[in-house]
Ligand binder design. Structure first.
Ligand code: NAD
Length: 490
């Protein structure tokens, strides 16, 4: 049986309290995880501050670029281990984890190495009335010890998305992965050791949220900033805790994302794209579409085509390279998703596809599987259409005009992502800019350039990460203002 331990100040630390990491494929135990208490979190924060006050805090940007590249190289060498750990924890299909989760985890370190290597800094000259001038320039310094709290849906990808820029800026981190997916974060600690990252720079604590490592990080008085990805409700709790010390926060939270499909779209490409937008990672990507608006002339055709594609979807063992969809993350999350299937039924939805649990007749019947599901017929104010479900389910609804669909798509307290399908160029730009979201895709979905701003409006988050936006969040910028007097005549 694997043991996932905490990693603090360059040492592996056990704890008397442990919990089980369960496979959602068949309910088997993947590993025993050592839960960090308040004292271990405190040790991790102290170790982080010592590292930043010591040699790590004095490294040049060029040295940190090298460190990030060494981390990426070591991750690449251990790619197979990362893949196995991610699949064991999540049940993700090989076809997804090998193309998205692990390569993107590595790419995060390479991308932020490149961004740091070429990052500009502000410099402004101010002419003064007496003929002198002032030269202003910004100095980039670390914030200190950053708390990184991450979710289970893209465990390695989302953790490294924050750890890479935090280290690039010279910070130390105290990282807490989700209790459901502790595996790849533990491997990342091994990689840090092998890549020669100094002790105390990367600290890993395992555990839960309330009254556990998550809360101990977010309430710790000496944590310098908190970066969090997860549910909007959890974001509220963490923000309250961070308010006490006026800590900077960066939040990537939930969504109830709209897809808008115009009758003039390239139908086959749209169906391919929408199958991903609805069911990738069993619908457990924060960017997945859960509200689908289809222009009335193609509404029936859309429903029929999606139902046909679902019929031939391969929902199977994650290691089968042809598998397209695996289980949900846990029995608890399956119960939540199933409760929404039930709610939709009570609200009067028509089920175009799915609505139940697949039966396999083998160990998978102990896992956390549900069917890909499409519902219709609900009004825009139904709870199933307003609340984030975070599973392979969407509601489809017809629309008649551009103005109507923009208003309906924006009628949500969330504001993460939209996907718009049309071949009309002007409409594509018009509608995507009108979306009150952090990212609008046109004729595609989940296509990411890591230099671009990423985040959400409303309940979907605070701040933007990506490219320079990340470097700016993870840095304390000091403006140096130098008065330069006129020279004397001689
Ligand atoms: P979650 O909020 O339940 O948990 C996320 C992390 O926070 C976990 O590590 C958890 O242990 C910790 N946590 C929970 N309660 C806490 C507390 N009181 N104090 C401190 N830490 C606490 O979210 P989840 O279920 O793991 O992830 C799914 C959610 O994440 C969905 O809402 C999804 O939309 C969102 N998400 C958003 C993005 C984005 O980029 N916007 C990306 C992925 C997932």
């Amino acid at each position: 049986m694997k043991n996932y331990r905490n990693f603090i100040n360059g040492r592996w630390v056990e704890s008397p309290r442990t919990f089980e990491d369960i496979s959602p494929v068949d309910g088997s135990v993947v590993a025993v995880v050592h839960e960090a208490g308040r004292e271990l979190v405190d040790e991790a924060v102290k170790a982080g501050h010592r590292a930043v006050a010591g040699a790590w805090g004095r490294t040049s940007a060029a040295e940190r670029v090298d460190v990030l590249r060494r981390i990426a190289d070591e991750m690449e060498r251990r790619q197979a281990d990362f893949l196995a750990a991610e699949m064991a924890d999540t049940g993700k299909p090989l076809a997804m984890a090998s193309v998205i989760d692990v390569p993107r985890g590595i790419a995060n370190f390479r991308t932020f190495a490149d961004i740091l290597a070429t990052a500009p800094l502000d410099s402004h000259r101010l002419d003064l009335p007496d003929g002198a001038y002032a030269l202003n320039y910004a100095a980039r310094k670390p914030l200190g010890v950053v708390g990184v709290i991450s979710p289970w849906n893209l465990p390695l990808l989302l953790l490294t998305w924050k750890v890479a820029p935090a280290l690039a800026c010279g910070n130390a981190v105290v990282v807490k992965p989700s209790e459901d997916t502790p595996g790849t974060a533990t491997l990342l600690a091994e990689v840090m050791q092998a890549a020669g990252v100094p002790d105390g720079v990367f600290n890993l604590v395992h555990g839960f949220g309330p009254d556990s490592a998550g809360e101990f990080i977010s309430r710790h008085p000496d944590i310098s900033a908190i970066t969090f990805t997860g549910e909007s409700r959890t974001g509220t709790t963490i923000m309250r805790a961070a308010a006490e010390g006026v800590k900077p926060v960066s939040f990537e939270l939930g969504g109830k994302n709209a897809a808008i499909i115009f009758a003039d779209c390239d139908f086959e490409k749209m169906i391919d794209g929408m199958m991903r937008a609805l069911f990738l990672n069993s619908g457990q990507v924060c960017l997945c579409s859960e509200r689908v608006y289809v222009e009335r002339p193609i509404f029936e055709r859309f429903c029929t085509a999606i139902a046909e594609r679902i019929k031939v979807m391969k929902i199977d063992w994650p290691h089968d390279p042809a598998t397209q969809m695996g289980p949900l993350i846990s029995a608890k999350h399956r119960d939540k998703v199933l409760s929404y299937f039930e709610l939709a039924r009570r609200e009067g939805a028509t089920f175009i596809a799915g609505g139940g649990v697949p039966h396999f007749g083998d160990a998978r019947d102990n896992g956390a599987w549900v069917e890909p599901t499409v519902i219709a017929g609900l009004s825009d104010d139904a709870r199933s259409v307003r609340e984030e479900i975070f599973g392979p389910i969407c509601h489809v609804s017809p629309f008649d005009s551009e103005r109507e669909v923009i208003a309906r798509a924006n009628d949500t307290r969330y504001g993460l992502a939209a996907t718009i399908w049309t071949t009309n160029l002007s409409r594509a730009h018009r509608v995507s800019e009108a979306m009150r979201v952090g990212i609008s895709w046109v004729n595609t979905w989940f296509l990411r350039d890591l230099r671009t701003p990423f985040g959400g409006a409303g309940l979907s988050g605070i701040g933007r990460e990506g490219g320079m936006h990340s470097l700016n969040f993870y840095s304390e910028l000091t403006n140096v203002c130098v008065r330069i007097d006129q020279g004397s005549e001689q």
